[in-house]
Design a protein around this ligand. Structure first.
Ligand SMILES: [Zn+2]
Length: 509
């Protein structure tokens, strides 16, 4: 039985379109940038790449969504029409896009097409057109198939949001987390109702692979409110005056030598004190899983930096009530609350502190690995590349990034200034056998871990992870969109815990 009591057929093969909503796409890219990973060019590439992953844990960690639109093999139910298919899929509990319509003739089809084309820019996901299908399945049968496609369905695409223009120059922008991104400055061109003058080229590999040069005539694509990107250069119209581009070896903002790891596409400015990165690094430093400074959000950080009250990260600990109260929209009460939150943040853990430093590739999980392995900040800072890369879970990219970060004089200075402001780092406990003999099952997606990482954490503490729930299961960890295991756990009376409780169980909440 499905959610509303409709009986389910014996067999039904459901077809659908996997996609990433635009909001989730932007969040995904923001997170990747924060962890020093390359951004995806567009939601379509991101979704396709996620589904193709060999490691299903990675796929599970991506914000994929699906709209069911059709069926394959069915037994135990007789569909009469496409419309019936959509209605039944919905009743059986599948996600079906509400933006469909039953049209009686070609004119109504066209009306639907034009209405959707108008909404296109406001839709929460990208669309490239409409598919019209003959409704009655009996008629579909009569019409039959061509070699590669049915005669009873036709795709009517929206005009592509693509134009050609010329690259006037390529400049380098330094992101909030230090990633150097080459940006094409374009002869202004109108695409889908907006004037486009800049397009991201992502990284040097992308430029080399597409052989994009300064002066090239290029095809630009823009979809929804996603950043426009360069599809390809049109080599046939080159004049010979085009110039190749190479990312600089130093940060264009602060002059620090950039970090370029072999085989990795994104280049970083590793200077924690780089002015281009100050705001982003402070926001990350203050975030909940880092130093957890409540009230120190994006807007306030922007105000603090723009007003000159904060020029370096440690300056946040020197702020006074008077200074804060002088800012717009800041009452004395909230100023005092912020100072209290800053004071409270000084008592912290090594995992949090390492995570808060925005070291490329050091997310929460890697920070925890480092903390558990080395125990003290000094030991992490002094660790050699070979020592780092020998740790299970730390690859060459991470090891190089950590080693390079602590090798940078300015970074050491900032850390020492932070410690001078009274930050006290608890000695990290190496993982104790807190889950000895316990059996844990996961269902649904977790935010802070991939499945593999979560399982490893359990095993490090002497526990065991199994894939199915039984009466011998001790805990079922319930993430987002849990599957049937959640129901089974409840039926068997097994303790279910959420991600936060799971962290507590691990002993590093
Ligand atoms: Zn820099």
């Amino acid at each position: 039985m499905s959610g509303d009591g409709t009986p389910l057929p014996e067999i039904v093969e459901v077809r659908g379109e996997i996609y990433i909503p635009l909001a989730a796409f932007r969040e995904l890219n923001r997170r990747r940038e924060a962890e020093g990973e390359p951004a995806f060019a567009n939601p379509r590439n991101a979704a396709a790449g996620s589904v193709r992953q060999l490691d299903s844990n990675i796929t599970a960690s991506r914000p994929l969504n699906i709209y069911a639109y059709g069926v394959g093999a069915v037994s135990g139910y007789e569909f009469s029409s496409e419309w019936d298919v959509l209605q039944m899929l919905k009743r059986w509990g599948f996600r079906v896009d509400e933006r469909n319509a039953l049209c009686r003739d070609a004119a109504e089809c066209l009306d639907f097409y034009h209405a959707l084309a108008e909404q296109r820019e406001q839709l929460p996901y990208e669309v490239d057109g409409v598919v019209f299908k003959v409704n009655e399945l009996a008629m579909q049968q009569q019409m039959g198939l061509r070699t590669r496609s049915p005669r009873w369905a036709v795709a009517y695409k929206f005009p592509a949001h693509r134009e050609t223009t010329r690259i006037k120059d390529i400049v380098v922008s330094v992101g909030r987390m230090g990633a150097l991104t080459p940006v094409a400055l374009l002869e202004p061109v109108e695409i889908g109702g907006a004037t486009v003058q800049r397009a991201s080229l992502h990284n040097q590999d992308e430029i080399d692979r597409k052989d994009i040069r300064i002066g090239d005539t290029v095809v630009i694509e823009r979809a929804g409110d996603v950043i426009p990107y360069v599809v390809k250069a049109i080599a046939e119209v080159r004049t010979g005056d085009e110039r190749k581009f190479q990312l600089p070896a130093t940060c264009p903002v602060c002059g620090t030598e950039v970090l370029r790891v072999e085989g990795e596409p994104v280049v970083h400015c590793p200077n924690i004190d780089c002015p281009a990165q100050l705001q982003g690094r402070i926001v990350h430093f203050a975030s909940r899983r880092a130093m957890d400074i409540e009230g120190l959000g994006e807007k306030l950080v922007a105000q603090l930096v723009e007003s000159g009250l904060v020029e370096h990260l440690p300056d946040i600990y020197d702020l006074t009530v008077q200074q804060l109260a002088s800012l717009e929209r800041m009452a004395e009460k909230s100023a005092q609350n912020l100072l209290d939150a800053l004071e409270a943040s000084k008592q912290t853990t090594l995992t949090r502190f390492l995570y808060s430093l925005s070291i490329a590739h050091v997310g929460e999980y890697v920070a925890r690995l480092l903390a558990e392995h080395f125990g003290t900040l000094l030991a992490v800072a002094e660790a050699g590349y070979d020592e780092l890369v020998a740790i299970k879970g730390i690859g060459p990219e991470i090891a190089a990034s950590v080693h390079n970060f602590f090798g940078e004089e300015r970074n050491r200075q900032i850390i020492s200034d932070l410690l001078d402001r009274g930050i006290r780092i608890e000695q990290a406990k190496t993982a104790a056998a807190t889950l000895a003999g316990k059996t844990v099952v996961f269902t649904g997606a977790l935010h802070g871990f991939t499945r593999e990482e979560a399982a490893e954490q359990v095993e490090r503490r002497g526990g065991r992870v199994t894939s199915s729930v039984s009466s011998r299961t001790d805990y079922v960890v319930v993430g987002e969109n849990p599957g049937s295991k959640y129901q089974q756990a409840r039926e068997l009376g097994i303790t279910t815990i959420d991600e936060e409780e799971f962290r507590e169980l691990l002993g590093n909440s």
